[in-house]
Design a protein around this ligand. Structure first.
Ligand code: ZN
Length: 365
């Protein structure tokens, strides 16, 4: 009897501290644990420590998922995690030689036992853009002035991406074009991957071949930090049957947007200036694309409308003409003034008068 009672008392002593431990995973503890895990993950990736990487994750995370994330992240020059709130982390990432850093916010739920936590997952934060390397297995391939990041479909974009960025790097007016040492082109392998990368439905981007955007992850509180990276993201749904020429024109157009990102958005009513500059540099990449654009412009002769409104570029009824006119007009402005000064003035200042040389009827002459 006595021995049994003693044994029960002992086991109570053993159990109690465990229970107390489990109860003590307070908010403060979790925040400390989150910071510790974010640091451990960052240093495991930067030092190529696969064991250390695995030790950050809870055993509930499938081994294949860990293999995929690890295989992806070790291809980047930097992947740095910091805690922005308890279960949502900021990640700063870049490829080798990229001028700026991309910022995303990702979900990082913790699994805590007795005040000690591990990472239960790493994935999309609801409604926020997700790094393509958390969405699918990717490769990071450098070709000339471009780094293509994406799934299996990425290989088909290497040659056209490289040719496009060469075209942007040698294009005039060089005073307006400031391409990165290496332009990142992301090629999500599926509709689902594209939707997670963009945090939007593919429907929102129907008919859009590619998007150029700044990866700031909504992180704007920083001061004195270098600007966020500008990446080009290819839409797999609307580019499936593009020819090599078509890909090159598309990526040159987007490459111009990326290289003029430093200018910021055009003033209201002048979307045609930025779209026109992109077209004026991209269309000469393929003679048949250029001819097709001029045909769309001439279809409105003898009395084509003047500069298209900003809305025309998102209106399926008007956008063919909007792009055609803009490309023609900015090409003409650059022929008159190769320095690009008038283009920049139109871009930045709504008071700058549109020169008479691009009077719409001149397009028909
Ligand atoms: Zn554009």
């Amino acid at each position: 009897m006595t021995a049994s009672w003693r044994a029960r008392l002992l086991s109570l002593f053993l159990v109690l501290p465990l229970l107390l431990g489990a109860c003590s995973a307070t908010g403060a503890d979790r925040a400390t644990e989150a910071a510790r895990l974010a640091d451990a993950l960052t240093s495991a990736i930067s030092s190529g420590d696969r064991v250390g990487f695995d030790e950050v994750f809870d055993s509930s995370v499938p081994a294949e998922r860990l293999d995929e994330i690890w295989g992806n992240v070790i291809q980047f020059a930097q992947v740095r995690f910091t805690v922005s709130s308890e279960e949502s982390w900021r990640v700063d990432w870049k490829v080798t030689d990229e001028r700026s850093v991309a910022h995303n916010v990702v979900d990082a739920p913790l699994v805590c036992v007795r005040g000690s936590c591990l990472l239960g997952d790493l994935g999309q934060s609801s409604g926020r853009p997700t790094p393509v390397w958390l969405v699918e297995a990717i490769t990071v391939q450098r070709v000339g002035r471009v780094t293509v990041v994406g799934g299996q479909a990425a290989d088909a974009w290497l040659a056209s991406s490289s040719a496009a960025m060469e075209a942007v790097a040698s294009a005039e007016p060089s005073s307006l074009l400031r391409p990165s040492t290496t332009q990142v082109v992301e090629v999500p392998g599926s509709t689902d991957a594209f939707e997670q990368v963009m945090a939007a439905t593919a429907f929102d981007f129907r008919g859009t071949g590619a998007v150029t955007w700044k990866l700031d992850g909504g992180v704007t509180e920083d001061t004195g930090e270098e600007d966020s990276a500008i990446h080009i993201v290819v839409n797999p749904d609307s580019t499936g049957d593009l020819t090599e020429d078509g890909r090159r024109v598309l990526l040159t157009h987007e490459g111009v947007h990326a290289a003029t990102g430093w200018l910021g958005a055009t003033v209201a009513g002048r979307t045609w200036v930025s779209e026109g500059l992109a077209e004026a540099i991209a269309l000469p990449q393929a003679a048949d694309e250029q001819e097709r654009s001029l045909e769309r412009l001439r279809a409105a002769c003898p009395e084509p409308p003047g500069p298209p409104s900003d809305e025309a570029f998102t209106d399926p009824e008007q956008l063919d003409y909007a792009y055609a006119w803009s490309g023609w007009a900015v090409g003409r402005l650059l022929a008159d003034d190769p320095s690009g000064a008038i283009v920049e003035a139109l871009w930045r200042d709504s008071a700058t008068v549109v020169p008479a040389s691009v009077d719409a009827s001149a397009a028909c002459g």
